[in-house]
Design a protein around this ligand. Structure first.
Ligand code: 0A1
Ligand code: ZN
Length: 847
């Protein structure tokens, strides 16, 4: 398609047009005879009329071999077949529709539908991949039971549900097509068992390629902990006799919650101390939990249509964040979640791709698996919980599970459960689902005649297609400290539900306000607080999130001044940072986060909002200078601090040890700024795990000593996942003016396989997201590089290309020359024959 913008295309789908199907499917019987180029899919659909109208089935890239209705070949005048649909004319009230389709998994590089990855067959059906397997009503409100028979000369044949005979599967739980899965290959399992609170014995398997069994232990353990947690916290038990997880090397996303058969990007399953970092372990834990939790929030209760995607995703992200907070440090988890939210969702909300948590139209649904739907969707659940309280939240969830089990639901259904369970009117709160953009909340304080007052004002900014927004319900958690840091008022929640609200407290001395504690709402807070107050909060706030936030605000103010005014970091700030680094009472993981400077992209956005055109090189230089100043302030302590972080005994991925390694890595980076890499070389040599090894490796790359890259490659060239790290590190940690050259060189290597999403992201994504100053080089080389790859990728895997194109979404922040350069690349892409996926994204970004 050529140059389609959402407004121009007749392919746009609207929420307001939702209508149930006239004829539904209640049971699917599939027989799949696997073959790389000629797989035959025989489907028998039990169909039932529920209203007037024709039955329109979806089917794409299928070759029709047979079509029968109630056992008889269907005459040509009873149906219409196009490259996207099969329409039945005059379908009876109840009938059996039989089709035979031929497909070619081996040539499917889009990784949607049935495809092959390293010799194994696997499927990805969310959102609309099932239509590439056979003709079906490929939409989430059509829920059917399934019988699947797989024929192939392969040892392991898996599908959803319970195995009734070798290669034969029955799934008794009605499910939409997007939760269908099939896997076949030469696989081995690491297995365990779990007994549910209802007494059901469940076999747990993690299927991997032979040789990878030794790296499955952590995922299996995370699965058992997830199952137990969902029982304890949400009262939800598993409902089949087997739970299978399969690791796949070629996968577009993180993982997929297919009923009873989760398919994972191997990066989020396989871990050993030698090959995975602490961050990998934490991600595996979180993603295993996320997919498992979908069994109730997504599978048992699913979405009526794709506009309701946040119904399952926002809630499930919220649940996995709760789980990780319970498994690790809640404060550290919250800071990490907010860092992510700001980096990805605030950025999205501030640009041309901004959309509501529940969008109202789309061209390609795959383009809406976004930070807004997922992460802001989770924040909305967190706010709801804060507003109705933990008991109200539990009552609402219980009612939701009870009332809607087995149904395909909407956000209205979800909110109604909380209204009915708590008696609270949530109509204004519901605006969080329909109004896009990050609200700005300004806080103005006064203290006069023994009365302290904070005036809070909210503004919801305009976003594409939305202006003149209505004030929302914003839960603002706050508390007061005195000037010495003692607590004056513990945390309370103020509900800001109008454009302006006032908090008033009688107090004999001027208090220090700690506001938006725990980041109680996804808003941008504008609070002109003095350095002195921020230092009090940094040292004493009882709310650990706000302690960290105070440090962040101080750091940001310094860095903005360094970029905009050329100032140098001041002594009081450096002293405060150094004090925090030395504070043995604080958790090392927390100290590591507090010592980390705001990212270059975060600073660019902050400058832009402040009316300053961000210069990526100047931002990079300021961050470097600030890092050096911190290193100098801590110079005499670095050795001793690092020794205190030494972890004894064999590697364990637990949060405590990981926190020590995280702080040690920050300290090593500081040391490298002073010693040119001596400490890092020693650390690299001494490392006995991938966390420490990567920390030292990236320090050496930053110090301009790439010699270790060769050694690293020699050690790990046999391991795809470790080599992904090697590729990414070189791009992310190179000097900005060398980054595009390095990335280009890496793409020319034999082991750069662009068809593998992990490898593609480890070079192209590492440049766009991991080296902003490199991507935004003045000569436009980064933009050209990205556009070249988007065009190449689009021909293979449109979903991947569309996702990666979002690197251009901040183009309006930059100077006129950079804007012209980016626009030229967007125009160039739009002028080519590109997929609907990429066309929609480029159209929205060009505006
Ligand atoms: N539902 C999955 C994410 C997912 C979405 C789309 C995919 O292919 C287009 C794959 C996975 C989750 O939330 O984990
Ligand atoms: Zn999900």
């Amino acid at each position: 398609m050529r140059d389609a913008t959402p407004a121009q295309t007749d392919e746009t789908v609207y929420l307001k047009d939702y209508a149930p199907v006239p004829v539904t499917v209640t049971h699917v019987d599939l027989h799949v005879r696997l073959d790389p180029r000629a797989t035959e899919v025989s489907a028998r659909l039990t169909c039932k009329r529920q209203g007037p109208g024709e039955m329109v089935l979806n089917g794409e890239q299928l070759e029709m071999v047979a079509l029968r209705l109630d056992g008889k070949d269907l005459p040509a005048d009873r149906y219409t077949l196009t490259d996207k649909t099969l329409t039945l004319h005059d379908a009876p009230d109840a009938f059996l529709l039989e089709t035979v389709a031929r497909i070619s998994p081996e040539t499917n590089k889009a990784l949607e539908g049935l495809y092959m990855s390293n010799g194994m067959y696997c499927t990805q059906c969310e959102a609309e991949g099932f239509r590439r397997i056979t003709w079906m009503l490929d939409r989430p409100d059509v829920m059917a039971t399934y019988d699947v028979e797989i024929e192939a000369d392969l040892p392991v044949l898996l599908s959803n549900g319970d195995e009734v005979a070798p290669g034969k599967w029955h799934d008794p739980w009605p499910k939409p097509t997007y939760l269908f899965a099939l896997v076949a290959g030469n696989l081995v399992a690491a297995s365990d068992r779990f007994t549910t609170m209802e007494g059901r014995e469940v076999a747990l398997n993690v299927w991997v390629r032979p040789g990878d069994e030794g790296r499955t232990g952590y995922a299996l353990d995370a699965l058992k902990r997830s199952m137990a947690w969902d029982e304890q916290v949400y009262g939800r038990a598993y409902d089949l006799s087997v739970f299978n997880i399969v690791a796949v090397d070629d996968f577009n996303m993180g993982a997929m919650e297919n009923k009873g058969l989760n398919v994972f990007n191997s990066k989020y399953v396989l871990a050993s101390p030698e090959t995975a970092t602490d961050t990998d372990y934490a991600l595996i834990e979180g993603i295993v939990a996320h997919e498992y939790f979908h069994n109730w929030t997504g599978n048992r209760i699913t979405c009526r249509d794709w506009f309701q995607l946040c119904l399952k995703e926002g809630l499930t992200v919220f649940r996995d964040q709760q789980f990780s907070a319970d498994m690790r440090s809640a404060a550290v988890q919250r800071i990490g979640d907010v860092l992510q939210l700001r980096a990805r969702q605030f950025r999205e909300d501030a640009g041309p791709l901004a959309h509501p948590v529940r969008p109202e139209s789309f061209v390609e649904i795959n383009n809406f698996y976004t930070a807004t739907v997922y992460e802001k969707g989770a924040e909305v659940i967190g706010m709801l919980r804060r507003l109705v309280g933990p008991d109200g939240y539990q009552a609402g969830c219980d009612l939701y599970f009870e009332r809607h089990d087995g149904q395909a639901c909407t956000i209205e259904d979800w909110l109604k459960c909380f209204e009915d369970a708590t008696g609270r009117d949530l109509s204004q709160f519901a605006l969080w689902y329909s109004q896009a953009g990050t609200p700005r909340v300004t806080v103005e304080e006064s203290w006069e005649d023994g009365v302290w007052r904070a005036t809070l004002r909210q503004v919801v900014p305009d976003t594409p297609g939305q202006t003149d927004k209505i004030p929302m319900t914003i839960p603002v958690a706050w508390g007061l400290l005195d000037a010495d840091g003692a607590e004056l008022r513990p945390t309370e929640v103020f509900e800001l539900s109008e454009a302006e609200g006032v908090i008033e407290v009688e107090t004999a001395s001027r208090p220090v306000l700690s506001v938006l504690r725990g980041f109680s709402a996804p808003v941008i807070l504008e609070h002109d607080q003095s350095d002195a107050d921020r230092l009090v909060l940094l040292a004493h706030d009882t709310d650990p999130f706000n302690r960290w936030e105070a440090g962040r605000a101080l750091a940001k103010a310094r860095l903005v001044a360094m970029v905009a005014e050329g100032t140098a970091p001041d002594a009081p700030w450096l002293e405060a940072i150094a004090k925090l680094a030395r504070d043995e009472t604080a958790d090392p993981a927390f100290r590591a986060l507090a010592l980390a400077l705001p990212s270059e992209d975060d600073l660019a956005q902050t400058l832009h909002v402040g009316g300053i055109v961000p210069d990526p090189d100047a931002i990079h230089a300021a961050r470097e200078a600030a890092g050096l100043a911190i290193a100098q302030a801590l110079a005499s302590d670095l050795g001793e601090l690092r020794r205190a972080m030494r972890v004894t005994g064999p590697y364990d991925a637990n949060a405590e040890d990981a926190g020590k390694r995280a702080l040690d890595a920050v300290l090593l980076r500081l040391a490298t700024r002073l010693d040119g890499g001596d400490a890092a070389r020693a650390a690299y040599g001494a490392a006995d795990n991938m966390t420490d090894r990567m920390a030292a490796f990236t320090c050496l790359l930053e110090a301009g000593d790439p010699s270790v890259a060769k050694a690293f490659e020699e050690d790990w060239k046999h391991d795809r996942l470790v080599m992904d790290k090697w590729f990414a590190a070189q791009v992310m940690h190179s000097a900005p003016d060398r980054a595009v050259g390095i990335a280009t060189g890496l793409t020319r290597r034999d082991d750069f396989d662009a068809a593998n999403p992990n490898r593609f992201r480890s070079v192209i994504g590492a440049l766009t997201a991991g080296n902003p100053a490199g991507f935004h080089q003045k000569d436009g080389s980064g933009y050209r590089f990205l556009a070249d790859w988007l065009l190449k990728m689009d021909a293979m895997n449109p979903q991947m290309a569309a996702r990666m194109s979002t690197a251009f979404d901040t183009w309006r922040r930059y100077d006129a020359d950079r804007q012209d350069l980016i626009r030229a690349q967007l125009d160039r892409i739009a002028g080519e024959s590109i997929s609907r996926d990429l066309a929609e994204m480029v159209g929205r970004m060009r505006g």
